[in-house]
Design a protein around this ligand. Sequence first.
Ligand code: ADP
Ligand code: ZN
Ligand code: ZN
Length: 832
Amino acid sequence: MSSGAPKWVAALVDSVGAQGLYTYRLPPDLKVTVGDILSVPFGAQQLGAIAIQLLREPPPNLAPEDIRPVAAVISRGMFSPTYWQLLERVAAYYQTSLIQVIRTALPPGLLGRSQRRVRLLSDAIPPEAAMFLSPAAVCVLSQLQQSAQGDYTWQYLRQKCRGAYRGIQALVDRGWAESYLALPTPPRPQRRQAVTVVQVPTPEETTITKRQREVLTLLQRRGGDLWLQEALQYCRTTSATMRSLAQKGFLAIEEREVLRQPASPDLGPDQPKTLNAAQQEAFGTLQATQGFAVALLQGVTGSGKTEVYLQAIAPRLAAGTSALVLVPEIGLTPQLTDRFQQRFGDRVYVYHSGLSDGERYDAWRRMLQGEPMVVIGTRSAVFSPLPQLGIIILDEEHDSSFKQDQPMPCYHARTVAQWRAELDDCPLVLGSATPSLESWSAQQPQPLSEAAELGSEPPSAIAIPKSTLPLQHYLVLPDRVHQRPPPPITVVDMRLELQIGNRSIFSRSLRSALETMKSREEQGILFIQRRGHSSFVSCRECGHVMMCPHCDVSLSYHQTRSGTAEMLRCHYCGFGQVQPPSCPACGSKYLKHFGSGTQRVEQAIAQELPELRCLRFDSDTTRAKGAHRALLARFAQGEADVLVGTQMLTKGIDLPQVTVVGIIAADGLLYMADYRASERAFQVLTQVAGRAGRGEQPGRVILQTYNPENPVVQAVKSQNIQHFLTTEQEQRQALDYPPAGRLVLLRITSPDRAAAEQTAQEMAAQLASRLENAWSLLGPVPAPILRVARRYRWQVLLKGAIAAPIPDLTDLSKQCPAHVSLTIDVDPLNLM
Ligand code: ADP
Ligand code: ZN
Ligand code: ZN
């Protein structure tokens, strides 16, 4: 039964209002390959669909005679077969349905918006054609012959001819006509309002108010020409004010076309640079790489990685293949896209989740047409349907935004990119100043021994196609191109500050550095860790941190409501205790739950260093679209002396006038309740420190901590990446944590508190009885933040040996009660 040609096809019906995978029968004379665009019956309609999987057997729940046949093949070869293999692999590995993966990968309704058309191949049609044809085909033929171009939509022909589908198919089979899919026409160019200053008021001008004058001054400071929306935000004013200024003749407000690809026209083309020795070696290696390979390109910001990417892409583009460039965040890395556009012009396409539907279709149209191009995008761009891929670049590969936490598939773009490079047989380049332990250890001469068995596939496991082990290249760019030395890092022991009676959040060194900075009219950055993750408890006298006795991670602070008990809990094993009234190590009463946000720093500046003007750069102040860039522009123009910010400061900020970087308290990063805390802390602190001294003036970094001996602090101070990663790898190995082991996290959530807990308990009990020895079960435990968006969250963590097959958990979600949902996160990054 399972031999012979496939008789069924799983097709993605993809129209507005109808999306899903459905099974259809293949008529014996119709040849269908994966990726073909089909026409299928759907209720009373005929819809477009994509052939996803050819099946030798019908799905068990369907009687073969109930399965309806595919009506026709509309278009072939639009998607490459490897594209669907990639999506299938994602679905299998991340334990979710193919349709869920398709929803992540494809813009919705792609086919619904496309037009199915037929055109005559007039050279091929003999004069007596009608003699060979059925009445339906004759009708279609004569309709087409009446049209000027010999070309109509299917829909039109269906209205005109009975049995139009069979008729069209007969003409296509004889080679007298061809059927094709016209992708959606490009949406009309977007238009937006812009304001331009046309006249500057003299000091004597009496027709305008003081505030209006201020607005004009502000606009001029920004070059006198802005989008209205930006201008309103920047000047903090209303459109009524703008209109009034326009009426008085000081401003012009007009509609202008927004360029889809905001290439800066004044940026001239850019020539390849002559590579230095380290760049040359990296480039040479990539140039010599033909098929699938993974290269780790390690180098600090400014060491010339981007130049290597650009030069590695150029020959592949010239050879007719495309390049995919993945970055953590587009909005924060405008310089990067600018440089690609300067080098490759309009062959560069930017693709990210912030695009409007119209822009997404536009991008898809271009990609599916198959011309060589460079796509720069964020996480989901790893699914761009580029038919001929020549190289994939993943910049800032350590960045956790490449991982999707929810909804499923909880994929990591780096993992998917590696599969994609494998399927398309091209190199993958991973770039970073602070490589992830995963990528780094894969490059070491003796990789984690069993990692080589990644593709092993024992019978009970989910059938994931075998991965071949790629050729690995470890490429290092040791120095900044312009030889500007990295800034020195001073570590300040905050315990000593407390001892001499300084209770401020600023140490004496940081304070004096800020004062000197101000007197020289330079600027500074103050870093504080992201809000909401500051839940560990430590002693401000002796630095003691409350740790789990079983797990080697810090305990997290929990207080459900004020007035209830203050609890400390371990998120790995569920251990819990009441917070002690004093420090178990030294007896001090200053045992505090750490939490210090940007606002607190802002207040402290106002009280203690009132002459410093400050701007806050965090998720509160940058929520609005475009607010990141606007805020940074204000800082760059000298509107403030210090920028107070969170983790966002680590990305894409290049401010040459910054000479001081102060890290208010490194501790919040060091003791997050997570086995990755050290790695993440090292990355963040190194990236923040790298913001100082990018310009002419040398920089300095002051890192405040209650734990100066902490190995991470020491590693950041000495900037010894290799040593840090080696130590970290040993620790992970000792505890079987990734990359030496594997984790799978089950997140169980429900609006009903008891249901979430009970389901988690039942699931854990069931798993305990069926898991193989290589896997152990941790939990269930309530998530560190128990209630989020009105849902109670519990979790179960599975921990397994690296070589052990991942157990199939896909049946678990079917067992969940109605109001409980389950997310399976394979290789989770975020355990919170
Ligand atoms: P990274 O991507 O590692 O931050 P870049 O490629 O952006 O580094 O290089 C930093 C700066 O040095 C850029 O302005 C770039 O144009 C310049 N640059 C890079 N390589 C060279 C080179 N070989 N010769 C001269 N300038 C270079
Ligand atoms: Zn524990
Ligand atoms: Zn203490």
